[in-house]
Design a protein around this ligand. Structure first.
Ligand code: 9Z3
Length: 314
């Protein structure tokens, strides 16, 4: 029997070295939450890399800071979901995303008196830090969030399939929220040089191949009963809705959330098989600190609840 494109991908690309550890973590997390009948969401976040050498010095990257995924993960926790946060290593994470760079250290004060040293939080920062710290501690202590990280597109593909294997048992209660920016092109393992390319050999000609579309087996085979939401990123407005509709028609999942790179923080378009409508933040809302992920997640959760209810009525 001939292998499909995606089967061949797994047959010819090794899993990441820590794959079995991550698989155990995923299984343990899912078994526990399935027992207590939690709703679970897989949030993917950040961009995948495409290495140009096996011993990787250079790679091609996909744009994504991880804001969409990390902010959304926090809002899913607020809605009572158990969250698998599958993210690009070193991209933004829930809770810590609020304090990037030196911001966190600037909130602390150092007191040295004789041999003893204490550290306190600057009183002006307590009101900012306390609610975030509270939510973080709650999520950790109640084990409502699992952090899993990837770097390359191959790591991402292996972890995505492993997560789906665990999520399948949740049937309709599983939500997939695929916000990661995943490479469309890569260099297959057998076409990649082992060592760092040498400039002495002249300018290299790099030939990329298509990454198989994993949404196809994901939606039809791995989690056929789940509520699957994918994101569509474009830079050309005229392609946004047609490309999103093409994706829905092809993979038969539930929802595409479409966005344009430059306006993604204040405008998205929800594209379903029957409708399309815009969600946006006004200037005032954005200035007041409202994040678009809050209404996005509220709308997705409402749709997921309707989906669960209609499945249980049948
Ligand atoms: C998105 O469109 C995300 O909303 C962003 C978020 C990556 C724009 P940030 O992390 O940005 O907040 O800086 N993600 C999906 C991107 C993607 O690769 N989609 C594929 C495509 O458009 C198919 S699922 O072809």
């Amino acid at each position: 029997m001939s292998q499909t494109h995606w089967e061949e991908f797994y047959a010819t690309h090794l899993p990441p070295t820590d794959f079995e550890d991550n698989r155990s973590l995923l299984k343990e997390f899912c078994d526990r939450h399935n027992k207590i009948k939690s709703n679970v969401v897989l949030v993917t976040s950040g961009g995948t890399t495409v290495p140009l050498e096996h011993n990787t010095v250079r790679f091609v990257d996909n744009f994504s800071a991880g804001t969409r995924g990390s902010a959304s993960a926090e809002y899913f926790l607020d809605h009572g979901y158990a969250v698998i946060f599958m993210h690009r290593l070193k991209s933004l994470e829930p809770f810590t995303r609020h304090f990037t760079g030196q911001q966190f250290l600037d909130m602390l004060e150092l007191h040295e008196s004789g041999p003893s040293t204490t550290i306190t939080v600057d009183p002006d920062s307590v009101d900012v830090l306390a609610p975030i710290l509270q939510k973080y501690k709650n999520a950790r202590e109640s084990q409502m969030i699992l952090y899993i990280s990837f770097t390359s597109v191959v790591d991402y593909m292996w972890l995505l399939r492993a997560a789906c294997e665990c999520l399948a048992t949740f049937e309709q209660r599983a939500l997939l929220y695929l916000a990661a920016a995943v490479s469309d092109f890569y260099i297959p393992s057998d076409k990649m040089p082992t060592h760092k390319m040498q400039s002495g050999q002249g300018a290299p000609v790099i030939s990329l191949q298509l990454v198989p579309k994993m949404l196809a087996p994901l939606a039809s085979l791995w989690v056929p009963h789940a509520f699957v939401v994918s994101f569509k990123l474009e830079t050309d407005e005229s392609l946004l809705i047609t490309k999103s509709r093409d994706s829905l028609n092809k993979y038969k999942h539930k929802l595409v959330i479409a966005n344009i790179l430059q306006t993604r923080k204040h405008r998205v378009v929800f594209v379903t098989p029957t409708t399309s409508y815009e969600l946006h933040l006004t200037r005032e809302q954005a200035l007041a600190g409202l994040e678009i992920e809050e209404p996005i997640v509220a709308d997705v959760v409402r749709k997921h609840e309707e989906f669960i209810n209609s499945a249980t009525r049948q």
